[in-house]
Design a protein around this ligand. Structure first.
Ligand SMILES: *Cc1c(COP(=O)(O)O)cnc(C)c1O
Length: 374
């Protein structure tokens, strides 16, 4: 380990500086950087690997399954999962959780067609290809939410095929929420009883449960599986996430898996055993009340940014319950500096616990200066 040349050491130091600097102007992606995991660093000296199902004992005991199950219990509580009928695991991120949900849905309804909005996350389209699932893209409304009329018309003419809904709970650009309740009413109206609802709640899955009267999306509302990212609102140096599904459904496909004898319950074999410890630590330290406070503070700063951007004539707006503020696409300099994600003529900032009022003010100054110059 001590064979690094002077040049190599400089490279590492340079990398560290770059990372440090980039984190100071980071507002376009929903990754909270406000965390402190120092206490857990000793774990990094071990090859903690959560290989296999977190609920099944294995010979590989160098794992954190016990804490992983507590993390899953926490999310199951937040998402109102049935205590006796849920299963899940800590994933490598929202993408894996979504792929797991789709995989489960496809095994249950091999002929099913997936319906999703135009605003679906780009990674989902890739999962459709990997899983070879037939999918139909539905128009989005202006606010980024799926267009229910278009959806209903589209399903109406394919009533014989079980629909699989890939709903986005907090879209990437506009943090719009597809309404699980409206989908269920639609199924009732169409007298369709065989369907599956997966909620991609990568970001908002850790925001909405802490807001009174937010649009429901959880198991009580009718979801069959839910994926949430761990490194977004909670914050974690290692990308991670949680996927939850109904145990009865998972059991159906595990049987199928035993029969084939090649796959196991989780998508990957070896699994990161460190991130469940990090998530557990954050959850224990922050707690439900702590998350409530963080969410309400972020919403407050989002309202502030929204009002100030409008004073500068940026046509800013945001969806209800969102910490994502959408506005006219700014200059390329500003996009580069603040690492913003543009889409056509709009862009956004996402207020996370690590996005301080000072950062917002500096950003507003940049916008103001650019307008004066322009
Ligand atoms: C971030 C995000 C994803 C992907 O999650 P990762 O944790 O980056 O894999 C999927 N869907 C939505 C809506 C997201 O915001």
């Amino acid at each position: 380990m001590f064979n690094l040349s002077k040049e190599d050491i400089e490279k590492i130091d340079h990398m560290f500086n770059e990372v440090q600097n980039a984190s100071k102007t980071f507002m376009g992606y929903p990754c909270n950087q406000d965390f402190d995991y120092d206490r857990l660093f000793p774990f990094l000296e071990y090859t903690v690997n959560n290989i296999g199902d977190p609920y099944i004992p294995t010979h590989y005991r160098l794992n954190s399954h016990t804490l992983e199950r507590e993390v899953l219990d926490f999310f199951a509580g937040l998402m109102h999962a049935d205590k006796d009928n849920f299963w899940g695991y800590v994933t490598n991120g929202g993408t894996e959780g979504n792929m797991y949900g789709l995989y489960l849905a496809r095994e249950l309804y091999p002929e099913g067609i997936v319906y999703h909005s135009q605003d679906v996350h780009y990674s989902i389209t890739k999962s459709f290809r990997v899983l070879r699932m037939k999918n139909i893209m539905i128009r989005s409304q202006k606010n980024g939410e799926i267009d229910y009329d278009d959806l209903k018309e589209t399903i109406h003419i394919r009533r014989e095929v079980p629909p699989i809904f890939l709903l986005t709970i907090g879209t990437t650009m506009r943090a719009a929420i597809d309404n699980v309740g409206k989908i269920r009413s639609m199924m009732e109206e169409l007298a369709i009883t065989e369907y599956y609802i997966h909620c991609d709640a990568a970001l908002s899955g850790m925001i909405l449960p802490f807001i009174d009267n937010a649009t429901p999306f959880d198991f009580a509302a009718g979801a069959d599986s839910i994926s949430v990212s761990g490194h977004k609102f909670i914050g974690c140096p290692i990308p991670c996430g949680v996927v939850l599904a109904k145990k009865k459904n998972v059991d159906k496909i595990s049987k199928f898996v035993e029969y084939v004898g090649t796959l196991d319950t989780t998508l990957t074999g070896s699994r990161n055993g460190i991130s469940p410890i990090f998530l557990w630590y954050a959850i224990k330290n922050i707690g439900v009340d702590g998350f409530k406070k963080k969410v309400s503070d972020c919403l407050e700063r989002a309202d502030y940014a929204l009002a100030e951007l409008n004073k500068l004539g940026c046509n800013a707006w945001k969806n209800d319950f969102a910490t994502t503020v959408v506005f006219d696409r700014p200059s390329q300099d500003i996009i580069n500096k603040w690492q913003l994600a543009p889409q056509g003529d709009i862009s956004h900032i996402i207020i996370m616990p690590s996005v301080t009022k000072e950062m917002i003010d500096e950003f507003l100054d940049d916008i103001k200066n650019a307008k004066n110059k322009g």
